[in-house]
Design a protein. Sequence first.
Length: 123
Amino acid sequence: MRERIAGKRGGFTLLEVLVALAILSGTLVLAYQVMTGAIAAEERSERWTTAAFIGESLLRDSLSPFPEIAEKEGKFPAPYDGYSWKLAVKQALHSDAREVDVTVMWGEGDREETITLTGIAAK
């Protein structure tokens, strides 16, 4: 068993406390980065899901009557007013069919993202 030297108290040295604080700080910084990354990924996933949902809705509406060959574009109404769309109806290989492309865009500047959905309309 160790004997205590007279006049010394048990406890941590300043160096041990500083090392422990450095380790704790590093761990907290990493935890913060992981959490902010997870939140950003969740927000991006939500925007992609919304774009796919409203794009599919527009695609279904465009396919229900047999569409004429044309190109259109516009913005979605509220609450989806941050999203815009382009609709392109082209002649398919068969004369009684049309290829319909719906492109949904959102974002701003160099961070603009798009998703394209394609369907076939037949007589």
